[in-house]
Design a protein around this ligand. Sequence first.
Ligand SMILES: Cc1cc2nc3c(=O)[nH]c(=O)nc-3n(C[C@H](O)[C@H](O)[C@H](O)COP(=O)(O)OP(=O)(O)OC[C@H]3O[C@@H](n4cnc5c(N)ncnc54)[C@H](O)[C@@H]3O)c2cc1C
Length: 356
Amino acid sequence: MRFDAAIIGGGAAGNMAAWLLAKKGYRVVVLEKKGSIGKEVCGGLVSHRVLEMSKTEAVLNEIKGAYVYFPDGREICIGGDKTHAYVIDRQKFDFELAERAMAEGAIYKLKFAVKKISDDRIEGKEDIKFDYLIGADGTLSTVAKQFDMGSIEYINAVQGEAKIHADEDFVRVYINKSIAPGFFSWIIPDGEKARIGLGSSEKKLKQKIDNFAKMLNAEIKNVKGGIIPASIRKFFKHNVALIGDAAGQVKATSGGGIYASLLAANIMAENFPDFKKYEDEFMRKFGREIKKTILARKIFLKFDNEDFNYIADYIEKEVEIINRYGDIDYQAKVAKEIVKRHPAIAFYLLKKVIWR
Ligand SMILES: Cc1cc2nc3c(=O)[nH]c(=O)nc-3n(C[C@H](O)[C@H](O)[C@H](O)COP(=O)(O)OP(=O)(O)OC[C@H]3O[C@@H](n4cnc5c(N)ncnc54)[C@H](O)[C@@H]3O)c2cc1C
């Protein structure tokens, strides 16, 4: 059968795109290599925008704020005033989107690992012909590789579950090079258990998560690995587009990519099959924000624990500003407000970039 759009990958981006394209009347097929739909390793921390776009019923917990821990032992409490984020059941979330796509007529083929694509044909256990191809196949995208759409930098991550702080409405974030060099570690309560994980620029994370568990005095079970993009690829080439992690549409500072995946699927579907318009509009609405997080991460990588303690001084002073301007999807605004009030930070950062 010939399809208007063949989507590789049935994650957040692929399912959302399938739903929206099928709703517009396009013949859509989704090819997913796993035997079931639903990402296993994800913090599932999302903003209200994700709930609005997805109409999900997979919310498990509401988050009112965060405790941020710095290397010198300081704990800074942010938020607490209202709901700032939500914790979703990620498997249910992905499955809901896929169900909606199927209800609109999208065809799903599971256990279909795409390895080879030639011209307008995907070779696999059956041949699939397409007019347009959408790579929603995650950070290590086969589609991106096949069509030479650029390489990507990524952060290694691990996450498991434990019974600490499980029913609270605050996340905990540890910024400390000795725990999670090159990223941070987290505790995200989902109401019944807590998702505990860390990311790092290093590869071997077993020892790191064991050390974190020891520090928390927690037994972390079901630990699994994942990767988070930290740079972007080309979004399209001829009749091929990338969306979600495959395109690197993730905030490199926090690793959050669900909002960007849904936004990309929306913009791509709205403009389908004009992929140039998709790229332009995405860059205008969120691409610049992603680029700022990539730059911020580059500076972050030059920091040591003393620098984190230095930044903590200002965070402590400006909790009110963070509460007013903080937004988990659009993080640049709050950073700008703090630097505006304390230009010394800008000089400090510049010095770091130049000297290290
Ligand atoms: C540890 C961790 C914690 C995270 N926490 C958060 C968080 O709290 N909030 C947030 O917003 N984001 C978070 N993220 C990021 C978020 O999970 C991703 O940005 C999001 O899943 C991207 O969706 P996607 O559809 O692009 O990719 P995915 O959800 O990864 O889906 C890609 C799909 O493609 C399939 N696939 C891959 N290759 C092929 C192939 N060759 N053939 C067929 N199918 C294929 C895969 O099996 C998979 O189902 C986290 C990520 C990690 C690793």
